[in-house]
Design a protein around this ligand. Structure first.
Ligand code: PGA
Length: 251
């Protein structure tokens, strides 16, 4: 099996003003400086308004910066949107695309997500492509086929283990405090790994993150599951001790 370094990614969503966002970033930079970080990579994805000030705090740190979304076009008449090149210009190395909140709130289809991931690659960013079933789909026994379909539709040509990360986030587990069983996570991640061959060059090297109600209390067991190569963390990424506690669970 390829050695995959865990990625612990924080998705701040629409949270944080300058003072608390920069303080949170600074606290994580300090923790990383003191720690043995050989076991994981750490990433934070602040809201667009905080990318520049947080980027300044991260200068010289191994803590990576990412966006939460990008437009598929390089530039142009798209009021309110941000391009992948703009994120790269501010020092971002990653961008989340196709988060279920974008798919739901903004009607993003697999084709849209695919175009955004392609734009991210073109700008030199690593795309974190999010997939995940709804509760109804899981209850109907469709979870694996839904996720496989999302992967097929959302991963662009030219995707590699270096420029693409997958985040499996069951929609019903996001922000709810509920998580799938470890067996269900293991089965889904194995299914994703299988589906990736043919879609991504060197599929065995692609990091597959789990997301949805990851906390310090459940991180160790989730991160120990085969084919779970890190976590995409929402709520618990907003407190440095909680986010750090999750990262420290990497073995
Ligand atoms: P949560 O969110 O950790 O608050 O459940 C995860 C996500 O949406 O990425």
């Amino acid at each position: 099996m390829a050695a995959r370094r865990p990625l612990i990614a924080g998705n701040w969503k629409m949270n944080g003003l300058r003072a608390d966002g920069t303080a949170l970033a600074a606290a994580l930079v300090q923790r990383l400086k003191k720690a043995d970080t050989a076991r994981f990579d750490m990433l934070i994805c602040p809201p667009a308004t905080l990318i520049a000030p947080v980027g300044q705090v991260l200068e010289g740190s191994i803590l990576a910066l990412g966006g939460q979304d990008c437009h598929a076009a390089e530039k142009g008449a798209h009021t309110g949107d941000i391009s992948a090149a703009m994120l790269a210009d501010l020092g971002c190395r990653y961008v989340i695309v196709g988060h279920s909140e974008r798919r739901q709130d903004h009607g993003e289809s697999d084709a849209t997500v695919r175009a955004k991931a392609a734009a991210a690659h073109k700008a030199g960013l690593i795309a974190i492509v999010c997939v995940g079933e709804t509760e109804g789909q899981r209850d109907a026994g469709e979870a694996e086929s839904v996720v496989t379909g999302q992967l097929k539709g959302s991963i662009p040509d030219g995707a590699t283990a270096e420029n693409t990360v997958i985040a499996y986030e069951p929609v019903w587990a996001i922000g709810t405090g509920r998580t799938p069983t470890n067996a269900d996570i293991a089965a889904m991640h194995a299914n994703i790994r299988t589906s990736l061959s043919g879609l991504v060059a060197s599929a065995d090297g692609v990091r597959i993150l789990y997301g949805g109600s990851v906390k310090p209390g459940n991180a160790a067991e989730i991160l120990a599951i085969d084919d779970v190569d890190g976590a995409l963390v929402g709520g618990a990424s907003l407190k440095d001790e909680d986010f750090w506690g999750i990262a420290a669970s990497c073995r």
